[in-house]
Structures are given as structure tokens and as C-alpha cells.
Design a protein around this ligand. Sequence first.
Ligand code: 5AD
Ligand code: SF4
Length: 498
Amino acid sequence: MTQKEKKPYEIKEAQHATREQNRLETVRQFEYMERLKGKIKELEQEAGHPLKACVNTFGCQMNARDSEKMIGILHEIGYTITPKEEDADFILYNTCTVRENANERVYGRLGHIKHQKKEKPHLMVALCGCMMQEEKVIETIQKKYSFVDIVFGTHNVFKLAELLWSRLESDRMIIDIWKDTDQVVENLPSERKYSFKAGVNIMYGCNNFCSYCIVPYVRGRERSRLPEDIIDEVTRLAEDGVKEIMLLGQNVNSYGKNLAKPMSFASLLAEVEKVPGIERIRFMTSHPKDLSDELIEVMSRSDKICRHLHLPLQSGSTRLLQIMNRKYTKEDYLLLVKKIRNAIPDISLTTDIIVGFPGETEEDFQETLDVVRQAEYDSAYTFIYSKRTGTPAAAMENQVPEDVVKDRFDRLLQVVSEVGANISGKDTGKVMTALIEEQNSQNPELVTGRLSNNMLVHLKGTVDMIGNIYPVRLDECKGFYYLGSLANEKEGLGGEGH
Ligand code: 5AD
Ligand code: SF4
């Protein structure tokens, strides 16, 4: 392969688009896909085998959803999708940069691919996602990983076909990074991981600027999709057999505030509930500062909205919460938990917690442990603070020593699992509905279902049950999951039909 010409790149300024321009962009991308179909066939003939693509996704649900869209495009143009990188002719990494170790993993993989590329010169490598929105990352890729073919960011995943076409037409690394956008290009192909459940973006970006977090810098300003577009998408999914919808956004509770005709998240939920065929609705992620009484009310009345709320705490110390720019106190948070539990007694709560934020003292940490005990989380995602260049926290001088952070992290894990163990099993003996998701990987006689509260249950069953909802008796709790058995349809459901 010839040495690629190094091209200076510039980050493109925010892209503004009208609804009509967005529609035309969809048409344009389909044109690229049509052209690529012929090109991929040619390449297949040259290679002497069907071309395979592997998409590796790091990070959150938003990235997972973007990857489904990109897999849809790759499939449309003729690639067979493979989970095995070593079989692939096209490898795409959809990256995350929320913590430094995610970046390190990508560089590690790229080091490995460098060798693969020597043995397999036709192998194409593309990088996209949050990490690519950082200038220093692009510089490193240009310098150290110049074999990479295509680099793009979070704002233009819909352009994959066009970028691939450009790469095949030229002999240099294609870099296309946008600073921000209000462009929402819809109705492109998308390959869902599951036939019966699907994620739906309701908004993009984040305006909160928590002082430790890089997301607002790499995902841009908050943009809500129009409610009619969301309902259209949910309706199409329901017609296609989808029963469970996960509404996705960095901060779903502030949905609709910036729309020309503002709409609350609670009203959007009420609209989604009306779509025939949708039996379960989930959403991620809720910021405690924006969680409204109206939302609690809509949830408590609903028999479709699942009994699970992910409510990131980050820290239990009011002092640290203020420095984190979270805009709530320990007391506000605990009051909110109380309100939610009063209105929805069977709710399961989960959270995110950061340990070792700059200046965290033992007293601050004790406050966090106190909230974990009082809030009685079913489970918690715990993170060691990671310094992200460009965020206000990265410039703070009082970083906590590594050994102190490690010790607190271990103690936090201990308390989280004690609290989880105390409340796990509380539904033993009840009958609840479970959406059967897959055959059990260890025992083919078992299938695995998900309860409304997000707990898993394993029960005797067959693959034809996958994608359907059944009443299941929860016979025995095994910590983080239940063993259950199919209940008679006529048996009463515990937990108000959930
Ligand atoms: N260091 C550690 N954890 C972080 N998170 C976000 N930024 C950082 C960081 N710099 C965590 C928060 C957030 C979750 C998605 O990742 O807990 O809720
Ligand atoms: Fe990051 Fe805070 Fe936005 Fe969540 S709400 S994505 S933690 S800035």
C-alpha cells in the first residue's frame, strides 16, 4: 500500500440545517450507498471472498445506538457483519473518552491492528465516536497510526457511506470532524441488535458541564428531536415487532426545553405510551436536578414505563457536588429518592458514583457511603475519577493520591454490594412479567428474561419464547438474578402488573 499523503485537517464549525436539508441529506447518503454496492462487489471479486465488517463499540448506550446505525449502512452496501475482528476486511471502532482507560484500550487495539495490516494490506480501519472529537487524539493518530483509513466524530455518523466512498476514491486518511451540529439526519438504515427491543435517541449532547466530564465538549450542545419524529420512529419499530423501547439521551429530564414548541419529557413519555404494540418503556439517563414531579406522576400511573430509574449521584457530599457543578445537595437527592419511593414503591434504583474527585476528603467520602446506605440502590456503577484534559476539574490542584482513591474505591464497592445483597431477593415468591431475551449461554434448556425492574431471571424455556413477555414466578434469588419458572397466565401478577 502506498504511503498516505498527510493532510492538515481542520475541525469544521457547527453545521446548521433545516428539516428539508436534513431530508435531502438522507437522500444523498442513500446515493452513496447505491454507488458503494457496486464498488464492494468489485472488491469482493478482487479479494475472492465475501467482505466482512466488524464494528467494535466502547462506552454508553448512545454509542451502541450509533453503532446500530453504522452497521445498518455497512450491511446495506454489502458487507457481512462479523463479531470477529480477525475475520474482518473493515474494522470500525466507535470510541468513548469519558475516562482515560477507554482511550488506552483503543490505542492498544490499534497497535495490534498495525501488525494485522501488514499481513492483510486490504484491511480498512475506521475510527469514530467521542475520542475523535479531541484534537490531541487526532494528532496522535496522524503521527503514530497513519495506517488508519477513516476518522470521523460524533456529529456525522450518518456520513459513513460518503466517507468510505471518499477513502476508496483517494489514497489518504479521510478525516472529517465537526465541532457541533444541529443536523439530525433520519431514516437511514439501521440494524438492531435485538428484534424485540430498541433504543431511540430523543436528544443529543449535553449542556450541564459537570466539572469532571468531557461529554459536553465531545457531544456538543443539547438538541432535542421533534416529538413527531420520535413517535414516528417508535411506531415503525412497534410495527416491526419491537415491544420494549429505551429512550436515550445524556439528560432525558431536560428533553424538549429548547424546542420551538417546548415539551416536557413526561409529556413525551405519555405520547410514547399511546403507541400500539409498545409494552415496555425505559429511559436513560436522568439528571436528579431536572427530575420533575410530573415525571414521577406519569411513571406511577403507567403500566408500561418500567420500574427502574438510573439516577446518577456522583458524590454524596454537598460540598463536592457544588464543585462538580451538579446543582443539587445531598439533602435534595435524598428527598427526591424518598418522593420516588413513596410514589412508586416497587421501583429499582441504580446510580453512578465517582471516587477520588479532586479535593475529596474522608468526610466527603463518608457522605457518599451514607447516601448509598440510605438510597438502597439495587446496584451502582462505581468509577475512579479520571482527569480529562480541558475540563475544569483537570486544572484543580488537589488531586487525590492513587492509594487513597483505591482504598476508598474498595470500601465503596463493599458497601454497594452489602446494600444490594440486603434488598436482593425481596421479590422472591412473586409472579412478575419478564421479557425473554435470549437462550442461556451455559445451559440451553434455560432462557433469560428481564423483569420490569431490570433484574434478570433464568427459567426453563425454549428459543421460540424469545421476544415475548411471560408471567414468571421468582422461585429463588441468586444475588443479582433470580431462578424462576413460567407461571400460569391466570396467576395474579405481583407488583401491579410489572
Ligand atoms: N472520571 C470518572 N468518571 C466519570 N464519569 C464521567 N466523567 C468521569 C470522569 N472524568 C462517570 C459519571 C457518569 C458516567 C457515565 O461516567 O459517573 O455518570
Ligand atoms: Fe457529563 Fe454531567 Fe452531562 Fe452527564 S450531565 S453527560 S455527567 S456533563
